[in-house]
Design a protein around this ligand. Structure first.
Ligand SMILES: Cc1cc2nc3c(=O)[nH]c(=O)nc-3n(C[C@H](O)[C@H](O)[C@H](O)COP(=O)(O)O)c2cc1C
Length: 168
């Protein structure tokens, strides 16, 4: 039975590629993937575990399609679910708003009664400010295809292993 729903918003394909790799880590029999451009609130119904992914655009904004999907998340009852957040960003060119979209998703989820899992250390990243850092930790998994693409596969694998323990 599929128990992980992965919902991603991606403008140039980086977050989409990462979402597909994450799906492979859980196995296609366990995880289903949704492009938020075509997804709706009820698509989240059947999954006890959800993963949301958005790249960051503008100066710390959500990816355009993900921004529209926020109203679907707000409609959905997430009580009791385990939820994890990831996103692609660029820590060199956007050192003051690195993966801010992850922090914006965190804010949307904070009062929804779900349990946010998948927090990781900021070690190995170099940036000045990020809304995705809360109490000294990233609230999910940042990926940087612009500067550290060689680390992406390993980061996804290690995060998926962590989620397998934290998910229901
Ligand atoms: C115009 C523009 C604005 C961006 N703004 C940010 C930003 O504020 N913070 C950040 O971390 N990355 C920023 N990025 C980097 C993208 O998030 C990064 O390239 C990401 O991998 C794109 O993912 P996607 O293909 O899934 O949309 C920006 C990139 C561009 C071209």
């Amino acid at each position: 039975m599929k128990n992980v729903g992965i919902f991603y918003g991606s403008s140039t394909g980086n977050t989409e590629a990462a979402a597909k790799k994450l799906q492979q880590e859980f196995g296609p029999d366990k995880a289903q993937i949704f492009d938020v451009a075509n997804a709706k609130a009820s698509d989240m119904d059947n999954f006890p575990n959800l993963i949301f992914g958005s790249s960051t655009w503008g100066m710390g904004d959500l990816e355009e399609e993900f921004e529209e999907f926020v109203s679907e998340i707000q409609q959905e009852n997430l009580e009791g679910k385990k939820v994890a957040i990831f996103g692609c960003g660029d820590q060199e060119a956007y050192a003051d708003s690195f993966v801010d979209a992850m922090g914006l998703i965190y804010e949307v989820l904070r009062n929804k009664g779900c349990d946010i899992v998948g927090k990781i250390s900021t070690e190995g990243y170099e940036f000045d400010e990020s809304k995705a850092v809360v109490n000294g930790q990233f609230i999910g998994l940042p990926l940087d295809e612009d500067n550290q693409s060689d680390l992406t596969d390993e980061r996804i694998k290690s995060w998926a292993d962590q989620l397998k323990k934290e998910f229901i």
